[in-house]
Design a protein. Structure first.
Length: 277
């Protein structure tokens, strides 16, 4: 989805899409990164801290009755104000009974041109914990987390059935012509590799639309435990991307591609080092 211009308008628009997805049979519905606001990190502006809110707070209070009424799980990424001076890029998981099932705080914080997130967000401190819900055990990362295979593996080892990576990624205006397709392809390839290596379903809902100098490239998709693209959106439309996830297939894939069986957990100690000198 794209930014609707204000938090209230974005929440209202999102509820409309949630209702439509539920009517089509969706049980787990994940919104894009920082869904209720603009993407604020293209500049370092103290006024943008006014976009943040607590958990629970206005956004969860708006979505909890929707989840309960529709009997769906909602993953709502937002700008969290945890305490004065303590802010996170977070995702709250609302279970199908309207309760808060859990919260994830983004662990990997980028600092790239027009993605100046370190100015706003403290790295998460909740780890890569699975959040059980009525319909699935969820491993929720956020955007930059999707590039790190260690995170995906930890979610899988903790029992996740679906990896979700709500995202805000796009093309910088002057780079699109030369690097655009390669950047988008790398983004999809990295996550399809997580699905394959861990034998797990994966969904990546991305923003669309132009904000400032960034054209968010959409292309939201769902991958199977074999890395197949089960469903994918286009680059510019607000739309629902859905797929039927058969969790029994996780065991089938993992017994045919037994990567977890053959891991040499006794040999990976150096992964705890920044660099092997």
């Amino acid at each position: 989805m794209r930014d609707a211009g204000s938090k209230d308008k974005s929440i209202d628009a999102s509820i409309g899409w949630i209702e439509k997805a539920a009517a089509e049979g969706a049980q787990v519905i994940c919104l894009q990164e920082l869904f209720a606001t603009c993407y604020p990190c293209q500049s370092e502006d103290h006024d943008n801290f006014d976009l943040a809110e607590s958990i629970p707070g206005p956004t969860t209070e708006a979505l909890q009755p929707v989840a309960e009424r529709l009997g769906v799980v909602i993953v709502a990424p937002l700008f969290e104000r945890r305490a004065p001076g303590v802010y996170h890029n977070s995702a709250v998981v609302i279970d199908a009974d309207g309760s808060i099932a859990g919260v994830y705080r983004k662990m990997h914080i980028p600092d790239d041109p027009l993605y100046y997130e370190k100015f706003y967000f403290i790295p998460g401190d909740l780890g890569f914990k699975v959040i059980p819900t009525r319909f699935a055990k969820l491993g929720v990362g956020i955007c930059w987390d999707q590039w790190f295979p260690e995170a995906a593996r930890l979610f899988a080892l903790a029992g996740a059935e679906i990896l979700l990576y709500p995202t805000a990624i796009g093309w910088i205006d002057e780079e699109k012509e030369e690097f655009g397709e390669g950047q988008r392809d790398a983004w999809m390839t990295a996550m399809r590799a997580h699905a394959i290596a861990n034998g797990i379903y994966l969904g990546a809902p991305n923003r669309v639309g132009i904000e400032g100098r960034v054209e968010f490239w959409g292309s939201s998709f769902i991958a199977s435990p074999r890395g197949e693209i089960l469903s994918q959106g286009d680059c510019s439309s607000d739309q629902i991307v859905s797929a039927d996830c058969q969790f029994a297939d996780i065991d089938v894939v993992r017994t045919h591609w037994p990567f977890l069986r053959d891991r040499r957990i006794d040999a990976y100690g150096d992964l705890m080092k920044r660099w092997i000198d």
